[in-house]
Design a protein around this ligand. Structure first.
Ligand SMILES: C[S@@+](CC[C@H](N)C(=O)[O-])C[C@H]1O[C@@H](n2cnc3c(N)ncnc32)[C@H](O)[C@@H]1O
Length: 481
């Protein structure tokens, strides 16, 4: 999982707050966006009321100084120590300022709190930022339902970088309506909940609850509601959370006969040094190689795949299973959805298939698309998977509809993502399929033409973007010249 690191940039104190303002603006937190922009101006002007921030002037973006600063002030609001500011914080029932006058009043109340509580805020800056985002479990819940549908085994849930371990209670979160699941998905009961974090938070203590709550942005009322409900569940549903580094935790995991092990993590991968990431991946693959139908392993991650501005707010749900899950071969990763950082709503990909069919002469079956995307270009036969249809059945149906030929899917060789005309994402899984009779090649349905092509002819055709590269990577280009 490659991540472009921006966390090491040191844009200066004002720059850190401009970055925070920008993030808050993008993520629908206008009160913080406004205040962070003001703080940037104040520190830029050398305002003495913010001098306790000076030691942090050379901080990295990844140190999250503005987030800690705002959390320290939010803590005062939550403790009822800042009533003048509380009237603008939705987290405690206040009204976020929208008019020019209210925004000015909020700004004044904010600096007043800073001046009055400088020491407490300075102390708060030294703490480690801690969030535990309950909404992210909506994506996890759906994968658990798939695991249950495939194996029907009791589930052990393990999480690295679990913070307070709220996601370890995902089954209760679903049952109690805190996070939604798609359609009639059934989340299995979790029989063992184990997690690690280098700075674990105890969600059953007043201090732990206050810490987690203070890091939520006050405008995000729904996040508060989910967090409060999850904290309540955590007091009733125990989970074992240890203060341990993710690498040694994963290396210590074992499979148990008769149980499915699901290893989950969210919003933590970016904090790991590259060496730790590969050590974890190696340990997961090693464990996966010993998995069986009686003791499967499923790795589920909800992480941004890039930290470039804007892109760090797109989280990708990636799933890798051992043995095969939903026709995806063991060890192959598929991306099922995207979410905002808070995890909801989940933007599920549209499941699609493509068929890689060769004839006896080593030529490849291609069709010319009669519809967007890639209208008029040559591609593999394939299309959307119908509701309730298995991927392999969709391959058989799509090839028959678009070419008149009958095939038997053998194995999935890879997947690609494409943007659909309506802006959603197609998750296209490509299967090698064997031709079972000669049939008559006739283009139909979404295809306006269909042909068998050798390598040279394929390269000469206008093909859909990325097709040749994918076929090459998977080693399935036509062998005929
Ligand atoms: C942004 S929080 C996300 C928490 C939780 N996974 C969630 O999505 O709400 C990142 C967490 O990763 C933890 N963390 C960072 N590096 C770690 C490591 N090497 N091993 C274990 N936990 C780590 C931090 O302490 C923090 O609790």
């Amino acid at each position: 999982m490659a991540v472009t690191i921006r966390r090491d940039e040191r844009p200066g104190l004002a720059g850190l707050f401009v970055d925070m303002a920008d993030n808050c603006e993008r993520l629908g937190a206008p009160t913080y966006a406004d205040l962070a922009a003001w703080v940037a101006e104040w520190v830029e002007a050398g305002d003495g009321r913010f001098s306790f921030l000076t030691p942090y002037a050379d901080s990295r973006i990844g140190d999250m100084v503005p987030l800690r600063f705002f959390a320290a002030i939010h803590r005062l609001v939550l403790q009822r120590d800042a009533p003048g500011l509380a009237v603008f914080y939705a987290s405690v029932g206040g009204t976020p300022p929208t008019s020019h006058r209210a925004r000015a009043a909020c700004r004044d109340a904010f600096v007043e709190v800073v001046a009055e509580h400088a020491e407490e805020i300075a102390a708060g800056l030294q703490g480690f930022p801690q969030t535990n985002e309950v909404g992210r479990t909506a994506a996890l819940a759906d994968v658990l339902a798939r695991v249950d549908a495939q194996w029907g085994l009791p589930v052990r849930l393990a999480e690295i970088g679990c913070s307070a371990g709220l996601a370890l209670r995902v089954d209760a979160l679903v049952v109690e309506g805190v996070v939604p699941v798609r359609g009639d998905a059934v989340v299995p009961l979790i029989v063992e909940r184990i997690g690690c974090d280098i700075h674990p938070v105890d969600p059953t203590t007043q201090e732990g609850r206050l810490l987690l709550t203070s890091f939520v942005w006050p405008d995000h009322v729904e996040r508060f509601e989910r967090l409060r409900a999850a904290l309540d569940i955590a007091s009733r549903v125990p989970a074992e959370v240890v203060a341990q580094d993710a690498v040694s935790f994963v290396q210590g995991l074992r499979l148990v006969d008769g149980q499915a092990l699901v290893l989950w993590h969210s919003a933590m991968w970016m904090y790991l040094p590259p060496g730790d990431r590969s050590a974890i991946e190696t340990a997961i693959e090693r464990l996966g190689s010993t998995a069986t139908e009686r003791s499967p392993l499923v790795h589920v991650a909800l992480e941004p795949t890039s930290e470039l501005p804007g892109e760090q707010h797109v989280f990708h749900l990636r799933v890798t299973a051992w043995p095969e899950l939903d026709d995806v071969p063991a060890g192959m990763t598929v991306t099922l959805a995207r979410t905002p950082p808070a995890g909801m709503p989940v933007d599920w990909s549209v499941p699609c298939v493509g068929a890689i069919v060769h004839d006896g002469a080593g030529r490849l079956l291609v069709i010319r698309r009669g519809r967007e995307p890639a209208l008029g270009l040559w591609s593999l036969p394939g299309g959307r998977v119908h509701a309730g249809e298995a991927f392999r059945d969709a391959v058989v149906r799509e090839v028959a509809e678009e070419t008149g030929l009958h095939v038997v899917p053998e194995r999935m060789v890879g997947s690609v993502e494409r943007t659909a005309p309506d802006g959603s994402t197609y998750d296209i899984r490509d299967f090698i399929a064997r031709l079972v009779d000669d049939g008559v090649l006739v283009a139909g349905d979404d295809a306006v033409d269909a042909r068998w092509v050798g390598d040279a002819e394929l390269r000469a055709l206008p093909t859909s973007p990325g097709l040749l590269e994918a076929l090459e990577e998977w080693g399935v280009l036509p062998t005929a010249p």
